[in-house]
Design a protein around this ligand. Structure first.
Ligand code: VG1
Ligand code: CO
Length: 543
């Protein structure tokens, strides 16, 4: 067997963030940078001998190179079989399903999600465990610790595997099986949703646009929406994944999916607009003349999930990340089911889903999903919306307004300050933390403060604790401001400020969001001294 043991020296910065290790492509291209991280991962996984590993990515630049490296290293480290998506493609939810469906030991997902791609863009490596979900902190901490002391890695001295050809090949003693990335996923969706009702709706002229943003969801959306559901050709646009996402920023928000937004607000808007991100786990949903915030979308999907066959028996509970609005909490309360508030990042939902305590999860960052996989799932959210629209016979706008009339409206927005100097951002957060006791005692800006803390999560399933997950300032009227630093950026720091204000049923639900939140924006600015410290007059991105 031509296994080689190659000497290496550690890098200091291989600490996985919110969702795996993300850096610039050029950073990953440093000698042995990829190999060090993958070997540190394999060294942290006992009992991998003879097991099955899934490998796939979102098709971005460098995906193909790293897949070949990972396959050779998997063979040298004793895995028995690798399942890899054809062309190296697997969406993040698709990879999660493949891991679960084939009972794999785990999977390596290559993606930097919504970050730009190409030689000057970003790349990322993430590990998912046998439940299909992102590795918990216990594993990512071990990988990081290992990466700091690594001295060698193992690789097989073999030629590249042909990823264009489905079927079985061999690398040393290991089987490599190239699989259709879409087929198993499409079959799963068919078990969850009323495809007949959705197809009937398309037949009677329902119009939709799905923007795949030249990212990984293209082949999935084309096969399911235009194939299985019979939507007209051209319903899915930008459907071919490109290594640089066509030069775009595959982040489905109101800034980077502005064309879709403008179309949906215009005179000739179709009935439904949607988009997904680089790796297919996020979703954007816009009705004709009505943008749905991800937080509202989570609440609405949870309230109506029983209309889809896969959830007809009802849902066990809901979980949302802490900065996500409390709209879903009101749905859980009404349904009399469990509600959980977790730190940002999908890895924190895994235990709750595995334990059957929650069925639907969501994050304000355009991520929604259920217990069908262990990742957020952009296309799943879009299909559940279509299922609900088809069964209720109502449009998006009508569904949203009815929801607010029943539960009240949580006005919600996130303001991001990107590429802030890291030291400045860290100091801003530290000073804010230091102020919390005084804020609680004295209030701020003439307003009473009922909650001022740095969120600590106690996992009710495994008892683990995760501290410093974001500063929360809650006001007596239920309004809230949350401050945290992003864990997915690759340049400097990104300061995220989450703003929320509740308007009960019967209140004014027709205000413009930023206007409704203006007083909270001003409070956030003055309590954290954002302008003075960062030199920024306005956020880089408002979503
Ligand atoms: C962001 C989002 C978070 C999401 C994460 C990964 O993290 O806020 O909700 O889970 O990205 O999503 P952060 O630490 O930058 O705020 V994805 O689609 O980038 O895998
Ligand atoms: Co993503």
């Amino acid at each position: 067997m031509s296994v080689k043991i190659i000497a290496t020296t550690p890098y200091e910065d291989q600490k996985p963030g919110t969702s795996g290790l993300r850096k610039r492509v050029v950073h990953f291209q440093q000698p042995n940078y990829v190999e060090n991280f993958i070997q540190s991962l394999f060294d942290s996984l006992p009992e991998k001998q003879g097991k099955t590993l899934v490998i796939g990515g979102d098709g971005r630049y460098f995906n193909d190179t790293v897949i070949q490296i990972a396959i050779r290293m998997a063979a040298a480290n004793g895995f028995g079989r690798v399942l890899v998506g054809q062309g190296g493609i697997l969406s993040t939810p698709g990879a999660s399903h493949v891991i679960r469906h084939y009972g794999a030991f785990g999977g390596i997902v290559l993606s930097a999600s919504h970050n730009p791609g190409g030689p000057d863009g970003d790349f990322g490596i993430k590990y998912n465990a046998s439940n299909g979900g992102p590795a918990p902190e216990r594993i990512t901490d071990a990988v990081y610790a290992r990466s700091r002391v690594i001295t060698e890695y193992k690789s097989a001295d073999t030629p590249d595997v042909d990823l264009s050809r489905k079927g079985i090949q061999h690398v040393e003693g290991m089987i490599v099986e190239v699989i259709d990335p879409v087929a198993d996923y499409a079959a799963l969706m068919e078990t969850l949703f009323d495809f007949d009702a959705i197809a009937a709706m398309f037949k009677t002229g329902f119009r939709m646009r799905f923007d795949a943003m030249h990212a990984v969801t293209g082949p999935y959306a084309k096969a399911i929406i235009e194939g299985h559901l019979g939507a007209p050709d051209g319903t899915v646009i930008n459907a071919v994944p490109l290594p640089d996402f066509g030069g775009g920023h595959p982040d489905p928000n109101l800034v980077y999916a502005k064309d879709l937004y403008d179309l949906m607000m215009g005179p000739d808007a179709p009935d439904f607009g949607a988009a997904s991100d680089g790796d297919g786990d996020r979703n954007l949903v816009i009705g004709r003349g009505r943008f749905v915030t991800p937080s509202d979308s989570l609440a609405i999907l949870a309230a109506n999930a029983h209309l889809a066959p896969g959830y007809a028996k009802g849902i066990a509970g809901i979980a949302r990340s802490m900065p996500t609005s409390a709209a879903a909490d009101r749905v859980a309360e009404k349904l009399g089911i469990e509600m959980h508030e977790t730190p940002t990042g999908w890895k924190f939902f895994g235990n709750l889903l595995d334990a059957g305590r929650v069925t639907i999860c969501g994050e304000e960052s355009a991520g929604t999903g259920s217990d069908h996989v262990r990742e957020k799932d952009g296309l799943w959210a879009v299909l559940l919306w279509l299922n609900i629209i088809a069964r209720r016979g109502a449009g998006v706008d009508e569904i949203v307004r009815e929801h607010w009339a029943t539960y009240g409206r949580n006005y919600y927005s996130r303001h991001d300050y990107e590429e802030v100097d890291s030291e400045t951002a860290n100091r801003l957060m530290a000073d804010l933390r230091a102020k919390l006791p005084a804020l609680l005692a004295d209030g701020f800006g003439g307003r009473e403060i009922v909650l001022a803390d740095d969120f600590t999560y106690h996992d009710p399933v495994d008892g683990s604790t995760s501290a410093s997950q974001g500063v929360r300032i809650g006001f007596a009227d239920g309004s809230r401001i949350v401050f945290r630093l992003s864990g997915t950026g690759t340049v400097g720091a990104t300061l995220r400020i989450y703003l929320e204000r509740y308007e009960a049923p019967g209140g004014d639900h027709e205000r413009e969001t930023q206007e409704a939140l203006a007083d909270l924006v001003a409070l956030a600015e003055s309590v954290a001294e954002i302008g003075a410290r960062t030199g920024r007059a306005a956020p880089s991105v408002i979503t």
